[in-house]
Design a protein around this ligand. Structure first.
Ligand code: NI
Length: 174
């Protein structure tokens, strides 16, 4: 089921630290993950974190192919994830399904290694480069209540906030 994506400034859940998952392989967890992929593909995103659908759980889904029809899906589920190593630097345009219409260059590590649990609760490690590294860092930030705006200058961040407040007032930000 496609869920509603919560937008920045409309719901404080996006700026809260999400709760760890403690029960694995449950129908609820499977459903949550299925819904998250569906919601992400519908919005043409490459990653989604549970707080973005108003669920305060440490769950993210990623597919750097974006679910495009001519590419094989590469679905990655990260539960209770942590970045355990980073290397190098990359700067690239970043957006967020909770802040649609705004894209800004963000500096991230070029390579990131993440330790996480899968849907059954088994721990694994994955190392990603470039877009996958960026997506994992962006999504794990979400679980800590951090949006990509936090990586911008205060000036740029305030400008975007002001624009969003205007859109809110105009009823164009829901
Ligand atoms: Ni995001």
């Amino acid at each position: 089921m496609v869920r509603k994506v919560v937008r920045y400034l409309n719901n404080p859940i996006l700026e809260q630290v999400a709760e760890p998952v403690t029960e694995f392989d449950t129908p609820e967890l499977h459903q949550l993950i299925e819904d998250m992929f569906e919601t992400m593909y519908k919005s043409h995103g490459v990653g989604l974190a549970a707080p973005q659908i108003a669920v305060s759980k440490r769950v993210t889904v990623i597919d750097t192919t974006g679910g495009e029809e001519d590419e094989e899906p590469e679905q990655l589920v990260l539960i209770n994830p942590q970045v355990i190593a980073k290397d190098g630097k990359q700067t690239g345009e970043e957006g967020c399904l909770s802040i649609p219409g705004f894209r800004e260059p963000v500096r991230r590590a070029k390579v990131a290694t993440v330790r996480a649990q899968d849907v059954k609760g088994d721990w694994f490690e994955i190392t990603g480069e470039d877009l996958l590294a960026r997506a994992m860092q962006h999504e794990i930030d979400h679980l800590n209540g951090i949006l990509f705006l936090s990586h911008l200058s205060a000036l740029k961040r305030d400008l975007i906030k002001r624009k969003i407040r205007k859109l809110q007032k105009a009823g164009e930000w829901e």
